[in-house]
Design a protein around this ligand. Structure first.
Ligand code: PLP
Length: 412
């Protein structure tokens, strides 16, 4: 019989049997502090009782009702509830199953609405692994190499990453905007450019926050040239950064907002939101798929929003994020190899560099593995995988943050 392996490469040796809150357990009963949250997905913690109850109840009523044929109540309720949290002016939502699919939906809508084909994305951005989404991704060559030909019509312009350039935030932002103008002049003329796609905080690219001036500069150019601004909030939405949307830190105003991950506590659900006028430009049948807006996933998303509001998880993300950042900074202060601790809310990265100042992915990987041995699960990110990131569930307590910071200090 063939030997079938379920994974290509696993960063830690953990086989989880169950989870509760920020904790995962294996078959031997060993507890792990999960500061990965399924890559920022299980924001209400593993198996939050309210999410479990909502999903179980929905499974008994209706699992799937394809919404182009049959509407179902969880979708109607979710749409109502989303209007409580979506930025003003984004009054219509469309649902898919993953971040990549939602990014592709946003791309299709942008092309439909503008009649233009090109997009401009920003260096270090990650938008997914499907062919169009990978074509818009530049957070590492591993997402692109070997998959050519990728989609044409994508231009990459600099993201304001002060650590990379070694300049101040102001200088880096001014440079990035100047280069964007150059890109619009030389590579993708405004009347060929449908959209800018940008993350408020680079996720896979290394946990680098954008700046208010940068996003204002994108808005200004978008308005001037009739280009759409797409905010990829797949990783930064739903309280992850200590505000409901990552863009809220920068007063960013999107034409299309893309969300997934924290939306349904682990059930596959993603969405794009835009104005009615923009959504009207999508012709019937051009968006969607068989499984989008699954009834159980929608029920889980409603319960997720209830939990976020009732347990004040956005506020907790801000408070616990500040506590965690301080604890991680104290470790970095004693260790020259960690050159930067950065991020917003509970989205914090620790950047490793070697003695020559080069990005050091191998030490970051070693730190990740050693932390796992001590019961702390972490992920890496960044073009060289040189950043160890902390993204626990937003329900994390003060004591659990202290425990994680202590395990990290021991690991380093
Ligand atoms: N966009 C961002 C900012 C992401 O972080 C991710 C996934 O990590 C995606 C898009 C793709 O989402 P998915 O993996 O659900 O396709």
């Amino acid at each position: 019989m063939a030997q079938l392996s379920p994974v290509l490469k696993q960063a830690t040796p953990v086989v989880a049997t169950h989870g509760e809150g920020v904790n995962l357990y294996d078959a031997d009963g060993r507890r792990y502090l999960d500061f990965t949250a399924g890559i920022g997905v299980t924001s209400t913690g593993h198996c939050h009782p309210k999410v479990v109850a909502a999903a179980q109840e929905q499974v008994g009523k209706l699992i799937h009702g394809q919404y182009t044929t049959v509407m179902h109540q969880p979708l109607l309720t979710l749409v109502d509830r989303l209007s409580e949290v979506l930025p003003q002016g984004l009054d219509r939502a469309f649902f898919a199953n993953s971040g990549s699919e939602a990014i592709e939906a946003a791309l299709r809508l942008a092309r439909q609405a503008t009649g233009r084909s090109n997009v401009i994305v920003f260096h270090g951005g990650f938008h997914g692994r499907t062919v169009a989404a990978a074509s818009m991704t530049s957070s590492g060559t591993k997402f692109r190499s070997g998959f050519s030909p990728l989609m044409a019509g994508v231009q990459v312009s600099p993201f304001p990453d002060p650590g990379h350039f070694g300049w101040s935030q102001e200088e880096t932002t001014a440079f990035a905007l100047k280069q964007l103008d150059y890109t619009l002049q030389t590579l993708s003329a405004p009347n060929d450019t449908a959209a800018f796609f940008v993350e408020p905080v680079l996720g896979e690219g290394g946990y680098v926050p954008a700046s208010t001036e940068f996003l204002a500069g994108l808005r200004e150019r978008a308005d001037k040239h009739g280009i759409l601004l797409v905010l990829d909030e797949v990783q930064t939405g739903w309280g992850r950064t200590g505000k409901f949307w990552g863009g809220d830190h920068f007063d960013a105003k999107a034409d299309i907002l893309v969300t997934a991950k924290g939306l349904a506590s682990g059930f596959p659900l993603s969405a794009i939101a835009a104005s009615n006028a923009l959504m009207e430009k999508a012709w019937p049948g051009s968006q969607g798929g068989t499984y989008g807006a699954n009834a159980v996933a929608c029920a889980a998303a409603i319960a997720t929003l209830d939990v976020i509001q009732e347990e004040k998880l956005v506020e907790n993300s801000a408070a616990r994020g500040a506590q965690l950042k301080e604890g991680l900074q104290q470790v970095a202060d004693k260790h020259d190899e960690i050159v930067d601790v950065r991020g917003l809310g509970l989205m914090i990265g620790n950047e490793f560099r070697d003695a020559d100042g080069n990005p050091d992915g191998s030490t970051a990987a070693k730190a990740q593995q050693e932390a796992a041995k001590r019961g702390l699960l972490l992920l890496t990110c960044g073009a060289w995988s040189q950043v160890v990131r902390f993204i626990p569930a937003l329900v994390v307590s003060e004591q659990e943050v202290d425990e994680a910071a202590g395990l990290w200090a021991e690991t380093i």
